[in-house]
Design a protein around this ligand. Structure first.
Ligand SMILES: NC(=O)c1ccc[n+]([C@@H]2O[C@H](COP(=O)([O-])OP(=O)(O)OC[C@H]3O[C@@H](n4cnc5c(N)ncnc54)[C@H](OP(=O)(O)O)[C@@H]3O)[C@@H](O)[C@H]2O)c1
Length: 239
């Protein structure tokens, strides 16, 4: 049985990816802090309590998982947080949380699983963001974590490609998920103005379904049009 590990599969994109991989026949493990957020249950879906910012716990859980499964085919580095606003007012603990969750954890977890991925000629799938490619105002620290993940993925592939490991980086644009619950803006409701977690899951499925020898290294996913809606009593569109 092929095994996949998806971080942050309690919600949004990670959950959609986990569901898709279960449909494809994978045994899927999820690391998150609160799997109570999802009602998804399946014999091949294994929720594991793990705060990925706690490196000691992350490594312990991963060692136990690899002992139990004996191998790993796909690692999806998806868990992430985003805080937005003027950098001058960004709380330092929020900056630290973004760096730890979005960048440190993927690098540590990749390090912890790489030998197994070499053995299985498996995949590292990183969920970055269009923010990695298009720097914008009010998301400097978030964009920096995603640009770091982008850079990590490109460099890692050149390092491990000879050993058969495939490294795929996805760059989704605004996707309708609980990611925006704490933000003062969100993607527009118009179906043309956002992408869905299932669109990202489709892209992951396509990337891991390639013939041996071909690697889809980067996938950028954008809605047809851009529409960002400012939350609040007077909802305002910010095209
Ligand atoms: N939504 C977008 O527009 C968008 C666009 C581009 C890229 N992305 C990226 O896509 C990824 C998933 O985001 P999403 O939109 O699906 O948001 P989401 O619905 O808020 O999901 C975030 C996931 O990350 C997990 N997570 C956060 N901190 C964690 C921690 N310390 N330890 C373990 N798990 C943690 C959460 O689980 P718990 O809270 O249960 O721990 C949750 O499952 C993120 O990396 C995000 O940056 C999102």
């Amino acid at each position: 049985m092929d095994v996949a590990l998806v971080t942050g599969a309690s919600s949004g994109i990670g959950l959609a990816v986990a569901r898709r991989l279960v449909e494809m026949g994978y045994d899927v493990y999820s690391y998150a802090r609160d799997h109570g957020k999802t009602s998804f249950r399946h014999a091949r879906f294994h929720p594991v309590d793990c705060d990925v910012t706690d490196t000691r716990v992350l490594l312990e859980r991963t060692e136990a998982l690899l002992r139990e499964t004996g191998g790993l085919k796909i690692l999806v580095n998806n868990a992430g947080v985003g805080f937005f606003g003027p950098h001058a007012t960004m709380a330092p603990d929020r900056i630290e949380r973004m760096v730890r969750t979005n960048l440190v954890a993927p690098m540590v977890l990749t390090r912890a699983t790489l030998k197994h991925l070499e053995k299985s000629r498996g995949f590292v799938v990183n969920i970055a963001s269009t923010a990695a490619l298009n720097p914008g105002s009010f998301g400097a620290a978030y964009g920096a974590t995603k640009a770091g993940l982008h850079q990590f993925g490109q460099a890692l592939f050149s390092e491990v490609r000879k050993s058969g490991v495939r490294v795929v980086t996805l760059y989704p644009d605004m996707t309708r998920t609980p990611f925006y619950d704490q933000a003062d803006f969100e993607p527009g409701e118009d179906p043309d103005a956002h992408i869905t977690p299932e669109c990202v899951a489709d892209a992951v499925a396509q990337a891991v379904d390639q013939r041996d020898g071909t690697v889809i290294t980067q996938i950028v996913i954008k809605p047809q049009r851009t529409q960002v809606v400012r939350k609040g009593p007077s909802q305002k569109e910010m095209d």
